[in-house]
Design a protein around this ligand. Structure first.
Ligand SMILES: O=C[C@H](O)COP(=O)(O)O
Length: 266
């Protein structure tokens, strides 16, 4: 059974100096106190702000819904890799989740499925929960190759005993203001569920599937009307505490009183 809390992950990307990050994390921590415990918030600041955000999460106390995530890690635990950060280092800092294979890293840093898989292995070995991103480009979508692209990414990026989180982020939806039509998203989620079953050779899949790409407070209730959705990966809207918290409210089944449905919530 998938963990019942829905994940609302804020990927701050390369945004945030000290003052702004501290203010944002404090505001989210304060707002999180009012949320029901069927949501879990994960803040993924840049590496430079992990320690201060960790301090704020710690100060929020043991029952906080807030967790700490990073945006990448290296494939090995230490060594001569100038400028890189290992999963062990993240874990040592109190990080619990790590985003891997984001399309911005696949595109700007040439990350391949094979490399991402090695990062997933490193994250798992360090006790971190990997959030692996997959998604098709607009060109691939227009060529009708979405299914093949997703199948290849699921096959190549995940480990055999993967027990993390999968984030479906159509590359064309990121930062574009466009979200796939809800019926299409529902179909893709069910496709991904099938791909996970065959990749992990298991019928009872417990890997939460998140959606990411232009998630806003206005779009969130429609997106979360898909009962099987494990959560969302939020970029721009996570940089504003109010928006991020409103998205988290929509994620709560208790607050939205949606009927439970789908493979994860039976
Ligand atoms: O990791 C987050 C995604 O890239 C989505 O970013 P966005 O919400 O700004 O479209």
């Amino acid at each position: 059974m998938i963990p019942s809390p829905r994940l609302v992950v804020g990927n701050w990307k390369m945004h945030g100096l000290r003052e702004q990050s501290t203010r944002l994390a404090r505001a989210v921590a304060e707002g999180a106190e009012a949320l029901p415990d069927d949501v879990r918030l994960v803040l993924c600041p840049p590496f430079t702000q992990l320690a201060s955000v960790h301090g704020i999460i710690n100060a929020a106390g043991p029952n906080t819904l807030l967790h700490l995530g990073a945006q990448d890690c290296h494939t090995t635990s230490s060594g001569p890799h100038t400028g890189d950060i290992s999963a062990d280092m993240l874990s040592d800092l109190g990080v619990q989740y790590v985003i891997l294979g984001h399309s911005e890293r696949r595109q700007a840093h040439g990350e391949t499925d094979a490399l991402i898989r090695r990062k997933v292995e490193a994250a798992e070995a360090a006790g971190l929960i990997p959030i692996v991103c997959i998604g098709e480009t607009m060109e691939e979508r227009l060529e009708g190759r979405t299914t093949t692209v997703l199948a290849t990414q699921v096959e190549g990026s995940l480990t055999d005993n993967f027990n993390g989180v999968l984030a479906y982020e159509p590359v064309w939806a990121i930062g574009s203001g466009s979200v796939p039509p809800i019926e299409e998203l529902e179909r893709t989620l069910s496709l991904l569920h099938g791909l996970l079953q065959s990749r992990l050779k298991m019928d009872d899949i417990r890997v939460p599937i998140l959606y990411g790409g232009s998630v806003t407070p206005a779009q969130a209730p429609t997106i979360f009307s898909i009962g099987s959705l494990g959560g969302v990966l939020v970029g721009s809207a996570s940089l504003e505490a109010k928006s991020f918290l409103r998205i988290a409210e929509s994620a709560s089944l208790r607050l939205s009183a949606q009927p439970l449905s789908g493979p994860y919530r039976s």
